[in-house]
Write a protein that binds this ligand. Structure first.
Ligand code: ZN
Length: 259
């Protein structure tokens, strides 16, 4: 499980808040938690907008290699690197810094793209121009970013992992961008199938992006087991094989995380 604990998207400033659930999860052998370092969208972190690429890279490297917030807990990934649309100057520097750290130590990087179908491609270009390698890159939230399968498949050719991470979200009104008709889980599975049919089963990851209380079981939501309980059986019914599901849920994330 990857938790976005980077600057701007963390709700609690102290990394130790991860420590308790981490112990609980690991005791029950439910999951391994990975903390994220880096910089979310500019509007969420006004105190860091003036930082240079070098300063950002040094901070992320420290959190990945030494530990963060004065603890010995090391982050496992960079991300989500937050990008608005249009891309803002400090977000561009955060992308370039993430690319630099990726070149230095080969760590995984995950990116939150701006809400426009031109955003993911521009981000990959900025990232690659700064030296970053796409084989360690996940572009998240593609379910709300590409509303046409043609554009999705065209993007997949760039070589990064394509992530569908809003499983469980079924909305008719998408507050953050009203022009988007947010797809539901059935459409997400259809999009994944079209990527598989185009030869990209080694480049797909999925997730649930649970960031609000009401999506947890205790408050009436699907909970963290939604993909395992409901989505995988549906994928099998829709003709995605167990081997392809294993790639999407195990092999691909393992390859992305290892460095
Ligand atoms: Zn995000």
């Amino acid at each position: 499980m990857v938790d976005n604990t980077n600057l701007g998207s963390n709700f609690i400033d102290d990394i130790n808040f991860l420590y308790k659930p981490k112990q609980a999860f690991q005791k029950k052998q439910v999951s391994t938690l990975f903390a994220g370092t880096g910089y979310y969208v500019e509007s969420s972190r006004p105190e860091t907008v003036k930082l240079t690429v070098e300063e950002m890279a040094a901070h992320m490297k420290r959190e990945l290699q030494d530990g963060c917030d004065g603890s010995s807990i090391k982050c496992g990934v960079i991300g989500e690197v937050g990008c608005s649309w249009p891309l803002l100057p400090s977000e561009k520097r955060a992308l370039q810094a993430a690319a630099q750290v990726n070149v230095d130590i080969g760590c995984p990087v995950i990116i939150h793209p701006g809400r426009d179908d031109k955003a993911p491609q521009e981000i990959v270009r900025v990232y690659q121009e700064a030296g970053g390698k796409v084989d360690k890159l996940i572009m998240s939230h593609l379910d709300r970013t590409f509303l046409s399968e043609d554009k999705l498949v065209e993007f997949a050719a760039l070589g990064c992992y394509c992530e569908f991470d809003l499983f469980g979200i079924e909305l008719t009104h998408y507050q953050q961008k009203e022009s988007v008709d947010m797809p539901g889980d059935a459409t997400r599975i259809k999009s994944i199938k079209s990527l598989i049919n185009s030869g990209y089963e080694d480049k797909i990851t999925i997730s649930q992006d649970i960031h609000t209380k009401h999506r947890m079981m205790k408050y009436g939501g699907h909970g963290f087991s939604h993909i395992l309980l409901n989505i995988i059986p549906k994928m099998l019914k829709r003709g995605i094989s167990q081997e392809q599901i294993d790639k999407i849920t195990k092999v691909n994330p393992q390859k992305w995380l290892a460095y």
